[in-house]
Write a protein that binds this ligand. Structure first.
Ligand code: SOE
Length: 390
């Protein structure tokens, strides 16, 4: 049998997910085959062209019609955040497995409704997963495994940063990611969500409370003229930026350990720099996305003459996901996370297991995002992130 996928959206993430769906059955021995059935988008000519380029059998313009089809098993949502809830809930109610891009929603209320729909659908074996793809970089999965195995001992502090610089140019047009009604928030929800999820994933703990501050550095930008997404060109008029450019926040994990976070689109010179460091009483682990095939490990229990960070080359067959790829020392890249994501979802569907990160885990991230925003408007007061609503 094969699982037939409908992908809704065809921007940057549409390309990345298409690679994932194409490569997963070619590289891994999946329990079910995968078919790239339909690519959905609003512009008929553009979506047809993308479907042909990325190997989708068909294209369509109406996601509701596609979801109603009996021959679709998985609905993969890569649209802007303002349509995640409507599409995901409709797909789950129609009995389709769902993969939804991060952050799960634009608000906690939407994420709660989506999680309730996922819980209902789970009773008939339907799976719902959020696309926090970086969990599936082998070095990040290994980091999580090593923390769980006690290699750093008790986690005492976490340092996380996700830094980009694509907004430093004030003439960069007012794309959907800069509009609250479409994106929910700015750097916070787009890239801060990744480091929140990664912190909760690698420590196995939720972020219980936060104190944060946010800033919008360029407050007006040229309206989008021709083009779309982030690659459009500017027109003459200007409009207000309604989201954050920078979010800085501190969190306390459930254990009480402190974690610091920086999410910014104004880190001049930093293109896609994500770093995560976990410090414990026995050792430390550090990950850097710009060097994603490696993990740094410091073992405090090693003899004095061997003290120092060790660079683990995460390309051994014993490392997560790696055995199916190339011999040791042959590197993986950004796109492999999307392949691993497709593989893990197919395996969860076939085995009847939860597909992590579940919508419940996506909702937990959403509560942290809302808590940072709530804290920022209250002079950085500490906000309980476990129960936060909008
Ligand atoms: C844009 O900031 C973006 O594409 C994010 O939306 C992705 O989640 C991240 O992988 C790269 O940067």
């Amino acid at each position: 049998m094969s699982l037939r996928v409908a992908l809704i959206g065809y921007g940057f993430m549409g390309a990345a997910h298409s690679v994932g769906w194409r490569q997963a059955p070619a590289v891994f021995d999946l329990p079910e085959d995968v078919e790239r059935a339909v690519l959905v988008g609003r512009n008929a000519a553009a979506v047809a062209q993308a479907a042909q380029k990325w190997g989708w059998a068909e294209s369509a313009t109406d996601w509701r019609e596609v979801i109603a089809r009996d021959d679709i098993d998985i609905v993969d949502i890569v649209t802007p955040g303002d349509s995640h809830a409507e599409i995901a809930i409709a797909a789950l109610d129609a009995g389709k497995h769902v993969l939804c891009e991060k952050p799960l929603a634009n608000t906690v209320a939407e994420a709660e409704a989506m999680t309730a729909a996922a819980d209902r659908a789970a009773q008939s074996g339907v799976r719902a997963m959020v696309g926090f793809t970086y969990r599936r970089v082998p070095a990040v999965t290994l980091l999580r495994d090593l923390v769980a195995a006690g290699k750093v001992g008790t986690v005492q502090q976490v340092r996380a940063a996700y830094r980009q610089d694509w907004l430093v140019d004030p003439e960069m047009p007012l794309a959907w990611r800069l509009q609250k009604e479409h994106a929910g928030s700015g750097a916070l929800g787009d890239i801060g969500a990744h480091i929140i999820d990664m912190t909760q994933f690698v420590t196995g703990q939720r972020i219980a409370s936060v104190s944060g501050t946010m800033d919008t550095i360029v407050k007006q930008r040229p309206l989008l003229g021709s083009g779309s997404g982030l690659s459009g060109t500017a027109s003459d008029g200007y409009g207000d930026v309604t989201v954050d450019d920078v979010a800085l926040f501190t969190g306390r994990l459930e254990s009480g350990a402190l974690a610091s976070f920086e999410a910014t689109r104004f880190a001049t010179g930093r293109k896609n720099a994500l770093t995560l460091e976990v410090s414990g009483d026995r050792g430390a682990l550090a990950f850097d996305l710009e060097d994603l095939n490696t993990l740094q490990f410091y073992d405090r229990t090693a003899p004095d003459e061997l003290q120092g960070f060790t660079r683990i080359l995460v390309t051994e067959a014993e490392h997560p996901y790696v055995a199916a790829w190339w011999p040791a020392g042959h590197m993986l890249g950004y796109e492999h996370g999307f392949v691993h994501q497709a593989k893990d979802l197919v395996e969860a569907i076939a085995s009847g297991q939860d597909a992590h990160p579940t919508f419940e885990e996506g909702l937990a991230v959403q509560r942290v995002l809302a808590s940072v925003e709530a804290s920022a408007v209250r002079d950085s007061a500490w906000v309980d992130a476990l129960a936060t609503v909008d």
